[in-house]
Design a protein around this ligand. Structure first.
Ligand code: ACO
Length: 339
């Protein structure tokens, strides 16, 4: 799916994020599984990640991020029409984490639902939020990307447990005077379902003592295939959305790719022809936080003064499904200083 945003401008007017306090370093991981700080840094660029406290579920990470985004947009929860939480680690299979969050925020007149598109969830959710506003169905949308991957990772599997971390990011979308989203490109290839998946806990293989004993409630990943897929779609999706928006990579001020692995990001940046000064990277400190990765990166980019009114931003996500998604936005209508 590819589309140009031709209606009234819609932009991100509020931004917030939250990460749990607990830092888990590579050296600590090396005490649990047969790995090393050197191996993890060389293959992934990750130095440490955050891990949710036992009592923190995905909605608990989302609440502070969402409150910060609402405050940033100078709105209250009651003024929100729609809450979308992109996640693959909802508090529970149902009800939605979005409904739980909306209640916590006092968003009494909001519709609320979760969206599952793996690590691409945030970009998918942005597209839906944009669409709801552009179609006149909503005026103010809260989009959250939040995941607690630490709960679904097998901590004895060195090939996956070193990659992921927990976190949440949130944005408010509203109509603005100028700027905002220019285009979206989204895709999915279900033929890759088994490359990155959780075998049990759904209708095909309900949880049972047998599935738990077999560890089928954990993330399974074919790392090499996901690597090939990720490097391919990061650049192809970015190129497609740039073309749709009538921009070139030379126009982009800030490229915010999904933070899965530094090698994947560097490969995509090289293929796109964008130098590292214009690429945002924080995977070293958070690992792959799935749906939270892009909004968390946006938050830190703004704190560092790299995201200001008028900044042209390219975002690309990719993940389980397999899915991918990109958007180009002129940052406008929000605050642009560190706060
Ligand atoms: N420490 C030490 N050795 C390890 C570790 C580890 N943590 N993990 C795997 N190895 C070993 C393997 O067992 C293998 O050993 P062998 O040759 O004796 O069999 C060796 O290292 C090489 O394994 P590869 O899988 O070939 O290593 P590769 O260079 O491909 O790196 C990695 C693995 C980092 C997982 C890489 O494939 C990758 O980044 N894939 C993409 C993963 C990803 O980003 N997933 C999420 C994207 S989508 C989303 O965000 C949901």
């Amino acid at each position: 799916m590819i589309g140009v945003c031709s209606g009234r401008p819609v932009s991100i007017t509020g931004l917030g994020c939250y990460v749990p306090k607990r830092v888990l370093t590579n050296d600590e991981l090396a005490q649990r599984v047969d790995t090393s700080d050197e191996w993890i840094q060389t293959r992934t660029g990750i130095k440490e990640r955050r891990i949710a406290a036992p009592e923190e579920a995905t909605s608990d990470l989302s609440i502070p991020a969402a409150k910060a985004a609402l405050a940033d947009a100078a709105l209250t929860g009651a003024e929100i029409d729609l809450v979308i939480v992109a996640t693959i680690t909802a508090d529970m299979p149902f009800p939605s984490t979005a409904a739980i969050l909306a209640n916590q925020l006092g968003a009494e007149s909001a519709a609320a639902y979760d969206l599952l598109a793996g690590c691409t969830g945030f970009v998918y959710a942005l597209t839906q939020g944009y669409g709801a506003i552009a179609a006149g169905l909503a005026r103010r949308v809260l989009v959250v990307g939040a995941d607690t991957l630490s709960r679904v990772v097998d901590w004895s599997d060195r090939s996956t447990c070193v990659l992921f971390g927990d976190g949440a990011g949130a944005v408010v979308l509203e109509e603005v005077e100028a700027g905002g989203f220019h285009a979206f490109e989204l895709g999915a290839d279900g033929a890759g379902e088994m490359e990155l998946f959780m075998p049990a806990g759904g209708s095909r293989r309900p949880s049972s003592a047998e599935t738990v004993a077999a560890g089928e409630h954990y993330v399974k990943m074919n790392g090499r295939e996901v690597y090939k897929f990720a490097t391919r779609v990061l650049s192809s999706s970015a190129q497609a959305v740039l073309e749709a928006s009538g921009r070139s990579i030379a126009d982009i001020d800030l490229y915010v790719p999904h933070q899965a692995n530094l090698r994947i990001i560097e490969h995509a940046a090289k293929k796109l022809g964008i130098e590292k000064e214009r690429v945002f990277v924080n995977v070293d400190r958070y690992g792959n936080t799935s749906s939270a990765s892009i909004p968390l990166a946006l938050c830190e980019a703004r704190q560092e003064g790299r995201l200001k009114d008028g900044t042209l931003v390219l975002m690309t996500g990719m993940g389980a499904g397999l899915t991918w998604g990109s958007s180009v936005i002129t940052w406008s209508g929000g605050r642009d200083n560190e706060h």
